[in-house]
Write a new protein. Structure first.
Length: 116
């Protein structure tokens, strides 16, 4: 589940029920989230979803055995920490920036948004 989808999807990985954190990810994004979750003492597993057709990209799903884990709550309550020790913001979670500006609603402070 990404930060814009509020679903409680549970999947089975190696006989263990796991809460989906995000699905249909690139390998790099899945590894980033796995490292971030591990840093915050949240065990996670990456499941590969092979391409269905020739030429399609392989995608990945990251899930945690902690079925009570909700990334939306954890990010917006600012309970997770970055590798530098700052609090994780929605933009950091979505890998839009490395800046952890706490005012996620203040668009004037976002360097990645084009200003008119």
């Amino acid at each position: 589940m990404s930060l814009n989808k509020f679903q409680h999807t549970i999947i089975d990985i190696d006989g263990i029920d796991c809460r989906v954190v995000e699905a249909d990810l690139t390998k790099e994004r899945a590894e980033f989230l796995q490292k971030l979750l591990l840093l915050n003492s949240v065990e996670s597993k990456i499941q590969e979803k092979p391409a269905m057709k020739e030429g399609e990209v392989t995608t990945y799903t990251i899930a945690t055995p902690d079925i009570t884990f909700n990334p939306i709550v954890k990010v917006y309550n600012r309970e997770l920490r970055t590798f530098e020790g700052h609090r994780v913001t929605p933009d950091y979670w979505n890998q839009k920036t490395k800046d952890t500006e706490p005012n996620y609603w203040d668009l004037q402070k976002k360097s990645w948004i084009k200003k008119s």
